[in-house]
Design a protein around this ligand. Structure first.
Ligand SMILES: Cc1ncc(COP(=O)(O)O)c(C=O)c1O
Length: 377
């Protein structure tokens, strides 16, 4: 049998090929000018990205983890304080709380959206809670009405690292909470050609504190009234992101079309649960995560056919060594644990073609047919 080309989990080469000359021009412009740190494009990108998100201010930082930690610090969160975070997310949502000197308090996620459950958040908060970080996981907005109600005034910091452009009741991720943290890790819906991050907020004072903290805590070149980080976004990355930002909506629309194709092609497979867009949400499908039993067997079968998959995330936060001091164990967050056992990310990127989706669906169907037939024999 003729072997087919490998299908990646995420392949952004076609987008980069389309933009190659614009990216090269931006690179040359920064190289010629030489303002590599906090140069012209940093401010330009901050303004453009905040406007895109529907927020008044943007502060570009070195990565999404720092965007979270610096915002917590700017909110006055520190030692002795608690911050509620979902148990099922990328590890940085929780480690950023430690980075700010506070203690993460874990809460379980909603079984459908896999985002922080408002009821679990309500139950986890204590008088020491100073903030919560709902995650728009896989590009699906968290239930903002439910979370805002449970927050009852507690600041909500959006972890929008996977949700550039997603909407909740018409409002974009990045404009829902007191502030939002974004990552521009290369594979994100809006990715730099290296690490990058940003904070968006409509609170001018908060933006200015984050701006100070990301630049070594300085007010002038040699005045450092507070301890900050060196967490600046390179001018070069800002220049590249400025070239990419105008394409984000079109790329997200292509992800949505691919998600719709998956939905049709995978309909009716009993063993497989498809991700759903909850009413009022417009997800941006950073990942297309199905839930299956015997996940690892299916992943191996797809791999044998040249189809890459991913597992986001194989271990919830409470079972990671980094969170051992919280004293949790298996069984503490059952929805997160079930998601970790069942989640399988299928190939998802803007240039994923109709025939790629059909190929994945056919491979999944044949996996289940073969198993059923074998079961009957
Ligand atoms: C949900 C979530 N939070 C935080 C981060 C951290 O972002 P970064 O890798 O840019 O530090 C990421 C990115 O990987 C993420 O997906």
């Amino acid at each position: 049998m003729e072997s087919r080309p490998e299908l990646s989990l995420c392949d952004l080469r076609p987008e980069h090929a389309e933009l190659r000359s614009a990216l090269e021009t931006a690179f040359r412009r920064v190289l010629d000018r030489g303002d590599f740190i906090l140069g012209r494009e940093v401010g330009g990108f901050e303004e453009a990205f905040a406007a895109y998100c529907g927020a008044s201010h943007g502060v570009a930082v070195a990565n999404g983890t720092d965007a979270l930690a610096l915002t917590l610090q700017a909110l006055g969160v520190g030692p002795g304080d608690e911050v509620v975070v979902p148990a099922f997310t990328f590890v940085a949502t929780g480690t950023a709380v430690f980075q700010a000197g506070a203690k993460p308090v874990l809460a379980d996620v909603d079984p459908v959206s896999l985002c922080l459950s408002p009821a679990a958040f309500q139950a986890a908060r204590t008088p020491r809670s100073k903030a919560a970080i709902p995650v728009h996981l896989f590009g699906h907005p968290a239930d903002w009405d439910g979370l805002a109600k449970a927050a009852a005034g507690l600041p909500l910091l959006e972890d929008a690292c996977q949700a550039h452009g997603a909407r909740w009741k018409g409002r974009r991720a990045g404009s829902l909470g007191v502030a939002a943290a974004f990552s521009f890790y290369p594979t994100k819906n809006l990715g730099a050609l290296g690490d990058g991050g940003a904070v968006t907020t409509s609170d001018a004072a908060l933006a200015s504190r984050v701006r100070q903290l990301r630049n070594c805590g300085r007010t002038t070149q040699y005045d450092h009234p507070v301890r900050g980080l060196n967490s600046r976004l390179d001018t070069l990355q800002a220049a590249l992101l400025l070239e990419k930002l105008p394409h984000l909506d079109a790329w997200n629309a292509r992800r949505r079309a691919a998600a719709e194709r998956y939905r049709q092609a995978l309909a009716g497979i009993e063993e497989l649960r498809l991700p759903q867009a909850l009413p009022g949400t417009e997800p941006v499908w950073h990942q297309f995560v199905v839930r299956v039993r015997r996940r690892d067997e299916l992943a191996a079968a797809l791999k044998a056919q040249g189809i890459a998959t991913g597992v986001h995330y194989p271990k919830p936060l409470h079972l990671q060594g980094a969170f051992a001091e919280l004293g949790h164990g298996p069984g503490d967050f059952p929805v997160s644990e079930a998601a970790s056992a069942e989640a399988l990310s299928l190939p998802m990127f803007p240039s994923l073609r109709e025939q790629d989706v059909a190929r994945v669906a056919e491979a999944i169907r044949s996996f289940y047919t073969v198993r059923q037939t074998a079961g009957r024999a």
